[in-house]
Design a protein around this ligand. Structure first.
Ligand SMILES: [Zn+2]
Ligand SMILES: [Zn+2]
Length: 266
């Protein structure tokens, strides 16, 4: 399975995965044009996509879902509450392209197994996706303020963790946001901080050279170097060392990451 983050952060989120038999976007929270260009940069023709998996209705995840679905006849996968909540944003999508899933239940599409986990976030019903083909497993976790033991169990033993490092707790506290917004982001229905991401990775990493791709960084309340440093240091204190035990990179706001897990990438 190949994975690439095309856009990540509060200005828009879109990730791409492909197996031998299927190609999906996870969220489409940029303009349609931008996503087409980003796919072009990694030589993927949007016509070759099978569908879009939707995590939740927030605009930074759904702004181009409708446009792309109609333009390329893509299937759109979302749970029932999300379908209702994103109706205004995605507008009319033909019934034949709508797939309704139940968060918590597994899905299958050709050679791709999709596990869905409930997120703790200020949306109607968020979904995290764990994607597997016969060789590889990718766990994606953003837009959640809390992670339960059962979520960790499902995410375990992945080859790649695409995980949210939304904010630095001090920068958020002293930053420009209103008190209410700060409270919301830091709450258990908000976003994961750098320290919180580290504590989750501490439980997940098995020192098997897993890949960590940090995502959904706030431009106001975080900084890529700070996020990497905080998480590297937290993990080193628990004897898990970047480079030796795992690799770590940061997904850019609007630029393709490298292609993960492809055979040529090792
Ligand atoms: Zn988001
Ligand atoms: Zn959100």
């Amino acid at each position: 399975m190949n994975f690439c983050s095309l856009a990540s952060g509060s200005s828009g989120n879109c990730q791409y995965i492909e197996t031998k038999e299927s190609r999906f976007l996870i969220d489409a929270g940029q303009t349609g044009k931008k996503i087409e260009n980003l796919l072009g940069e990694i030589q993927v023709d949007p016509k070759s996509l099978d569908g879009i998996l939707v995590t939740h209705e927030h605009f930074d995840h759904t702004s181009a879902v409708g446009v792309l679905a109609r333009r390329y006849g893509l299937k759109v996968f979302a749970n029932e509450n999300t379908w209702l909540a994103m109706e205004k944003t995605v507008k009319k999508i033909p019934k034949s392209q709508q797939v309704v899933f139940e968060t918590g239940k597994d899905l299958e599409y050709k050679d791709l197994k999709i596990e869905t986990i409930p997120l703790f976030h200020d949306c109607v019903q968020g979904t995290g996706f764990i994607l597997q083909d016969k060789d590889t497993k990718i766990a994606m976790l953003t837009d959640t303020g809390w992670v339960s033991t059962s979520m960790l169990e499902k995410m375990a033993h992945a080859d790649l963790y695409y995980i949210e490092a939304n904010h630095d707790e001090d920068l958020l506290r002293t930053g420009p946001y209103s008190f209410a917004l700060k409270q919301r982001i830091a709450s258990n229905r908000g976003h994961l901080s750098n320290h919180h991401a580290a504590s989750i990775l501490e439980k997940l990493l098995q020192k098997k050279k897993e890949h960590v791709l940090l995502g959904h960084l706030s431009t106001d309340n975080n900084d890529p170097l700070l996020a990497v440093r905080t998480i590297r240091e937290d993990l080193a204190r628990t004897n898990i060392h970047e480079g030796l035990d795992f690799t770590m990179e940061v997904a850019k706001p609007c630029e393709p990451s490298r292609i993960y897990l492809g055979k040529d990438q090792g």
